[in-house]
Design a protein around this ligand. Structure first.
Ligand code: COA
Length: 169
């Protein structure tokens, strides 16, 4: 049987321990995982596209349980990227019912665009069910501790952003 390639997509602005939890769960099931750092046209990210790709790569390098996973930046449609990578599966995390409606819309649209790729949803640990990239940024920029929610390399990148911002004020 041929290997099953799965894509874990997201804006990853920045990647959190919640995302990493889902990525590790997917790694236990599928033969090959590609993290797709994509563009959500509805979001204005803190980190540029290139910074998000770079930061996600550094997170993968810094965690031995993630070794072997590829990180790629995606500028077009996710389903076209899936076709190009011969990926049969797109994996997303579902934290709470609140995620469901948005995910359902994306799943139906992706299926319309490419019926050969299947969306699969996984639940993260309950301890990550309230974590989101936005909330992590909010806590951090207001002086809170985010060390339980993101890897060390992400904290370093956010500290750099903070000092760049303070330099501009
Ligand atoms: N644990 C904790 N938090 C999680 C999580 C988990 N398991 N899974 C998701 N989240 C959070 C994220 O932190 C993020 O929070 P935020 O909204 O506060 O930033 C939010 O849930 C979802 O963000 P993320 O997973 O990074 O991605 P997204 O929802 O922005 O991703 C894309 C959407 C990129 C997959 C989608 O826009 C896309 O496919 N773009 C490519 C273009 C395309 O094909 N468009 C058509 C799509 S139908």
């Amino acid at each position: 049987m041929s290997e099953v390639v799965a894509i874990v997509p997201g804006t990853f602005d920045p990647i959190t321990n919640g995302h990493i939890d889902i990525i590790k769960r997917a790694k236990n099931i599928f033969d090959k995982i590609i993290i797709a750092v994509a563009i959500n046209a509805g979001k204005i990210p803190l980190f540029s596209f290139e910074e998000r790709v770079e930061l996600t790569k550094r997170v993968v390098e810094s965690d031995s349980e993630l070794h072997g996973i590829e990180v790629k930046g995606v500028k077009g449609l996710l389903v076209d990227f899936a076709r190009q990578e011969k990926a049969k599966v797109i994996v997303r995390g579902l934290r709470a019912v609140g995620d469901f409606e948005y995910e359902l819309q994306m799943a139906f649209m992706n299926r319309r665009l490419n019926s050969e790729v299947e969306m699969i949803y996984m639940m993260p640990y309950i301890k990550y069910s309230f974590v989101s990239s936005s909330i992590v940024k909010d806590v951090f920029f207001n002086g809170g501790d985010i060390s339980k929610f993101v890897p060390e390399v992400v904290i370093e990148a956010m500290s750099k952003k903070l000092s760049e911002r303070s330099g501009k004020i």
